[in-house]
Design a binder for this molecule. Sequence first.
Ligand code: NAD
Length: 287
Amino acid sequence: METITKILNGSGIAQTIRARLKTQIARGPKKPGLAVILVGQDPASKIYVDFKTKASREVGMYLETYHFEENIKEKKLLKLIDKLNKNKKIHGILVQLPLPSHIEDLSVLQRVDPRKDVDGFHPENVGLLAMGYPRFISATPKGIMHLLDHTNIDLVGKEVVVIGASNIVGKPLVQLLLDEEATVTVCHEKTQNLKVHTEHADIIIVAAGVPKLLTADMVKKGVVVIDVGINKVDGAVVGDVDFEKVKERASYITPVPGGVGPMTVAMLLENTWEAMCAIEGYRPSVI
Ligand code: NAD
């Protein structure tokens, strides 16, 4: 039987989520407030921050943005976080990673009030997720789970291969997939033979940052492929999957751009909305 590939349109799904949030915010008791902190001049980080701030404005959130020079002292950053933790207008605090090497990620991330940690990077939130009681799920893995939900494929017992084991994508994703009772294999740059793992997988999620890492000969027919990678090749943005060829064998596949990226932004907004509801003790009606 021929496989008809369906493109998982992250942009469209994210747009629906943003529209829903906009309505909820308009009806809510208080504008959710997001503080975004960017350090240095990393061009990719600047682009991500622009996407996030534009989207939060569009849904009607209150926004504070802070952009510091690369050489900012860690103490100054921590002082700002202390202030934001107390600020009643702010419900979510996002520190754009990576931080410069003289600043320790952990010191900064654990200074954020865990109830305002909309990125889900605070050790308390990481621990809650690991124990199966998620409070804030980091935006990219949460967005990927939403996309999988759209395939209507029951994850129970499915063979899922995750390529990439970072704290922000691969590791939290493993927890979420296990909670759905999938059988999960995690591969990384020291994995000896990726194909041995991928060729039997029902679902493959690639988050390595290596263009064309997943090729058509590595996947079985009917596979679901989620491409998280964002790479620049000859001026174009591409993912980690050889999209045109893998598409011929997949039942579902995400494009890059327009797949996981917009979902990440939408999930950050959703987390900020949820933070506002929790902090203000507001129970929204379902729409
Ligand atoms: P990272 O560098 O922190 O981690 C990369 C992971 O991939 C590591 O576990 C590494 O071992 C593994 N890896 C690297 N090369 C590999 C190879 N040849 N074979 C198998 N595994 C390999 O990266 P990250 O922050 O997790 O991001 C991964 C990619 O996802 C990047 O391209 C990044 O830009 C992208 N990203 C996209 C979004 C989004 O919203 N779409 C969000 C976060 C990250």
